[in-house]
Design a protein around this ligand. Structure first.
Ligand code: TRP
Length: 331
């Protein structure tokens, strides 16, 4: 089977530097190497409450961000998850092959729900099964994901294995994670031990892909630092400094060592100035292209429709085979 990439981002809240460096930027180079399918996972988004108009807007924003970051709709398939019914169809089938014990191990569910588990929805609990269905509906072989999604990908492999064993075939390839570089864990600018997140209540914790130069500069200037002299990398003792070094290294495409070599003897203020200039230089073309694209909703929707047709055709063919394997009567 040919190598095929599948990945996705949820249309919730603001896309930020972590989404860019940890995910979308890495996809751009993959387009020349693999067949790529990039999904806007709106079914995942509704595992927590979403306002309909916000969801629609965020779906278009993520699409614009993909394109502005360099994902080419002529090379790759870009589409919204809800437009291809195979995702929910297969999620049901795979759910019937997923023991509760496996789902109960998922740390993201436990962290998100805490003591309030009884109020969490079945959808939130089944989230990783839907993610497995996303990947397996296309029989994707490689999945670029951040560090935080590794456990879900492991589960997708386990579910694929369980299905293959039960039906005594090897229909599903076991999808391989592609985890890349120093940028896979971009942390909050306010707390170097917490992931940069769309849902953090402080906007100063993240650089949004919609931030202008002034906002980027202000946020780096205000970013938490420490009292140690110089700039050095030590994730446990200096989480904030280490995060800024990681961001610099990812943006400049140089090693951490090179960053420390250049800035080790400087103070935070100088380092942050250089970092913010670098971030502005890299992000402003993306930001302005995103703004342009979002002015033309009909273009965005046309990209999504074209992608939905292409993705739908691949998934429909696979779903027919899957229904046959499971024993559903084909009419
Ligand atoms: N759960 C992923 C995240 O929050 C998004 C996602 C949904 C995904 N389906 C996927 C990623 C399939 C990779 C493959 O980051």
């Amino acid at each position: 089977m040919a190598d095929r990439i599948f990945s996705g981002v949820q249309p919730t809240g603001n896309l930020h530097l972590g989404n860019y460096l940890g995910a979308i930027r890495n996809w751009v180079g993959m387009q020349n190497q693999y067949e790529c399918i990039f999904c806007v996972v709106d079914l995942h988004a509704i595992t927590v409450p979403q306002k309909p108009d916000d969801l629609r807007q965020a779906t278009r924003e993520v699409t614009a961000a993909y394109i502005a970051c360099g994902v080419d709709p002529k090379k790759s398939i870009i589409f919204p998850q809800s437009s291809v019914s195979a995702h929910s169809d297969l999620a049901w089938i795979l759910g019937c092959h997923t023991p509760l014990g496996w789902l109960n191990r998922m740390t993201q569910f436990k962290e998100k729900t805490g003591k309030n588990r009884d109020n969490a929805s079945l959808g939130l609990y089944g989230y990783p099964v839907l993610m497995a269905a996303d990947i397996l509906a296309y029989r994707a072989t490689h999945v670029p994901v951040g560090e935080d999604q590794k456990q879900h990908l492991e589960l997708a492999r386990d579910i694929a294995g369980a299905f293959n064993r039960y039906y005594e075939n090897d229909y599903f390839p076991l999808p391989e994670p592609l985890i890349q570089g120093p940028a896979t864990r971009i942390m909050s600018l306010r707390d170097g031990t917490k992931k940069m997140s769309k849902s953090d209540e402080s906007d100063y914790s993240r650089i949004n892909l919609t931030d202008d130069a002034e906002a980027i500069d202000l946020k780096f200037r205000k970013a938490k630092s420490d009292m140690v002299e110089g700039i050095s990398y030590d994730e446990s003792a200096r989480p904030e400094a280490s995060n800024l070094i990681n961001i610099f290294s990812a943006l400049a495409n140089v090693s951490r060592e090179a960053v420390v070599n250049d800035y080790g003897a400087r103070n935070f203020s100088d380092f942050k100035k250089a970092l913010s200039a670098l971030a502005i230089e890299q992000l402003s073309p993306i930001t302005s292209l995103m703004r342009e694209l979002l002015k033309d909703v009909s273009y965005i929707d046309a990209v999504l429709k074209d992608g939905a047709e292409k993705a739908g055709a691949i998934a429909a063919k696979n779903m027919k085979q899957i229904h046959e394997i499971v024993g559903f009567v084909q009419l």
